[in-house]
Design a protein around this ligand. Structure first.
Ligand SMILES: Nc1nc2c(c(=O)[nH]1)N[C@H]1C(S)=C(S)[C@@H](COP(=O)(O)O)O[C@H]1N2
Ligand SMILES: [Mo]
Length: 419
């Protein structure tokens, strides 16, 4: 038996216990379907988020899947359509690992005013894990699939029952060939049922909605899922989670404009090009950071040297985090933080640290990350009346579903002097 076949799980043992018991490190937002975020930002202090503390985001219920019976079919622009068993996926191809900071595009929705529709995630719909699996590129090569520029791989989840819409995401071929995995392990252990067992797509650096769980089919095509053929296939809509959900929709739009194909893949660039793409798709993650210590409402006692340490994490999707600044006065002045810790690759969080010469009293801390293109986190969410489609100076566009919020969030702490 190889390490890839191990069967242990850490937190969730009893599959029939309620979600809150199986994942004690999560705050449950809805139990059916299962949606839960990391209970405290202090859980994110560790470089790697344990499987039991990584947020869970489901549109339908977690399926019960027997790995030995499961197959992934490969269809569309390939020489021979086929079905792969899990044994083939695990053993007939190379094994690769990537550290990926996954963020749900609904993370930070709770900070929208007026409120945006959906579960009110604050800042716990993120997790940094090692994902291990088979490079999708190798499977496509083996089956002599078409892999030219402008093609898409539409990846479908197998959990929908009855007339539920199929969870399907179309990923640009260039990204698939570059670094996407069919992942079957998280932090060196088998995926838990909720995180996609037996196999999920893993799209490094991209918003979590792209990493399709319980993969049942991969279809090579020359458009995204789009149009009549895919809106009513076998009585089900395959386009919903690509074309309707996960789009930046200002208050003024009735529905997102759908495209057969796009050639801008950076979410930020889409948002800034509304004449080309009217409603950005949520693809790669935007630059963002989070202070993980101290935590909200902390009461800190000043040591004799007056110095307190602030630590946190920053990430920037496909880009590098260039620097992180800290403010201890609610944003009036900013100071550069230093990066610490091991280099875990460009899709991992970067951990930062700032030593604060603190004054007693109530203080407001902020962190603000900037990526390699000089894009910094905005300060606020815009007024819906403004009708923004992209980031405008320091304002993040209010949007109907509350996606992509990367504005920085004040953290209140109080500092006292030791008696
Ligand atoms: N099949 C399927 N895949 C899915 C989803 C889903 O509902 N069904 N949710 C997506 C969303 S929106 C996110 S953020 C991530 C969450 O992955 P996690 O639950 O392992 O954290 O899975 C994605 N993959
Ligand atoms: Mo998500």
């Amino acid at each position: 038996m190889t390490p890839r076949d191990r069967n242990e799980t850490e937190a969730p043992q009893n599959k029939d216990a309620p979600l809150s018991e199986r994942y004690p490190g999560l705050e449950v937002l809805s139990a059916d379907p299962e949606n839960a975020q990391t209970a405290s930002r202090s859980h994110l202090e560790t470089y790697l988020t344990p499987r039991g503390e990584h947020y869970i985001r489901n549109h339908h219920r977690t399926p019960k899947i027997d790995e030995d019976e499961w197959t992934v079919s490969l269809t569309g622009m390939v020489t021979d359509e086929d079905e792969l068993t899990m044994d083939e996926i695990k053993h007939d191809y190379s094994t690769e690992s990537v550290v990926h900071m996954m963020e749900c595009s609904g993370n930070g929705r709770a900070f929208f005013s007026p409120e945006a529709e959906g579960d009110q995630w604050t800042d716990g719909a993120i997790g940094n894990a090692i994902w291990t699996g088979t490079p999708v590129r190798e499977i496509l090569n083996e089956y002599e699939a078409a892999t030219g520029d402008g093609l898409w791989l539409s990846v479908m989840g197998g959990e929908a029952i009855d007339d539920e819409d199929v969870y399907c995401r179309s990923i640009p071929m260039a990204k698939i060939l570059d670094d996407c995995l069919l992942a079957y392990e998280m932090n060196g252990k088998q995926l838990t049922a909720e995180h996609g067992h037996p196999v999920r797509l893993l799209v490094p650096g991209w918003f979590g909605n792209n990493s399709v769980k319980w993969v049942e089919r991969m279809h090579v095509m020359d458009t995204m899922v789009f149009g009549d053929e895919w809106t009513s296939k076998n009585g089900r809509d395959y386009t919903k989670y690509q074309q309707s959900s996960y789009r930046i929709l200002p208050a003024q739009d009735d529905e997102p404009k759908q495209y057969a194909s796009v050639d801008i893949f950076s979410t930020h660039d889409q948002m800034q090009s509304p004449d080309k793409i009217r409603n950005a798709y949520l693809f790669d993650q935007l630059v963002k950071s989070l202070i993980t210590s101290p935590t909200d409402d902390a009461e800190l006692t000043l040591p004799s040297d007056g110095k307190l340490e602030i630590t946190g994490i920053a990430w920037a999707g496909e880009d590098e985090v260039e620097h992180v600044e800290i403010s201890v006065d609610g944003g009036k002045t900013w100071h550069k933080a230093e990066f610490i810790g091991p280099e875990l690759g460009r899709h991992s969080v970067q951990k930062f640290r700032y030593v604060w010469n603190a004054d007693p009293g109530k203080q407001t801390l902020l962190s603000r990350a900037t990526d390699e293109h000089g894009r910094s986190q905005p300060a606020t969410i815009s007024d819906p009346e403004a009708g923004l489609r992209g980031i405008d100076g320091t304002e993040y566009p209010w949007n109907q579903k509350g996606y992509g919020n990367n504005a920085y969030v004040p953290l209140g702490v109080s500092v006292t002097v030791r008696e």
